[in-house]
Write a protein of this length. Sequence first.
Length: 465
Amino acid sequence: MVYQTKHIKPKIPDYDVIVIGTGSGGGVGAHELNKKGKKIAVIEQEKMGGECPNYGCIPTKALLQAAETLRTIDKAADFGIKNTGKAEIDYPALKAWKDKAVYNTGTHAGEQNYKEDGMAVIKGHAHFIDPWTISVKGKRYTAHNFLIASGTHDVVPPIPGLVDTGYIGYREALEFEKPPKKLFIIGGGAIGCEFTEIFSTFGVEVHIAEFAGRLLAKEDSEIGELIQALFESKGVHVHVDSKVVKVEKKGSQKIVTVETNGSHHKVTVDEVMLAAGKAANVDLGLDNAHVDFTKRGITVNKEMQTSSPHIYAAGDVTGGYMFTHTANYQSRIAAHNMTSNLKHVADYRAVPRCVFISPEVAAVGMTEAELKEKGVKYQVGAVSTGWLGRANTSQEDTGFVKIIANQKGVILGASIVAPRAGEMIHELTLAIQYKMKASKIVYTIHAFPTWNQAIRSAATKIKCR
């Protein structure tokens, strides 16, 4: 982009740093900078704390925990526990549990906490006037540095009839007092799969459609194929290689037309939910700030700087890995680099990716498809988790661990499907981060009986030299 106007940096700005957004991408950096004695203002136009504690990670995992508890109750007799009656969902109480989990994060007191720590809180939508000045509700504020962490919003695909017929997103899905009897979810990524897990466990007839050839299409093929089989075994209708081409309203119901391999079929449901991706919130007057951005999000270098060196960005708005832990990581890097001559750079070789369905899915590093595309020679070590002592004692025999390494045995990527995959993945994340060979895992004692024994077993299948 070409910028014509020259702006002068204010000699005495209102703040050292203004942070746009109080989610992990902004809040973490704000607190880090505050500890270093910087004068900070945070701008938030929605709930303090951002997406994760209010609408994303925490409320969905609270509902997933309820779903797991229901499944455990349903199979109690298998463990010799007499079940005197059928467990039922009390939806108002379920919602109250979800709300309690959100409340316990402390986000309800977020504004007060910022102010008690000496930071200013500005509520409203931020808009750059120039590279050093931002406007909120008509009032202008200046700063030496800015950290943009404005997050994302749901993508609404251009499906004929969708908007007129009506749909819900995951925010609305979290607020059900009672869910629909039949639900169609558009999008087979992490969000779509987690809500499929939630509602199918609660007795909803769920259809899930994914344009790609499998669910969780960015992961190794074995994951999507196994999750599809597990979903279908629970009564979920999975439509892969499929495109929703039309949505119509018929009385109180909705008719979804799905195209699969050139043929069309109709599905009648009570509600349609979108889980088709997110787009960066870049409506911030970025051109005025000389900040480059694309359809994916704000362009940053490895130090989290934008094209205006005094303006940084972190979290989902940068268009990379859209995880809370990645936003946290980027925010710390940005805060450090604003205040230090010894710069930190972002390294994304070992970013864990988790989907909290049953069993859980976790992956880190490169997939086979990525390695093939790069022409990298690799080897695979994979084992089922069904043979584990822990699988036997918990009656959870479906899953696997897969490790991908180069020809020397250095671990490049890994995938896990297992009941505690989200916890298990960190052993492999550490190995990738520090370029360890699989033999390091093999010769590390693993406690018995644990799920992590499968990681050691998979590592034994990698040849190291």
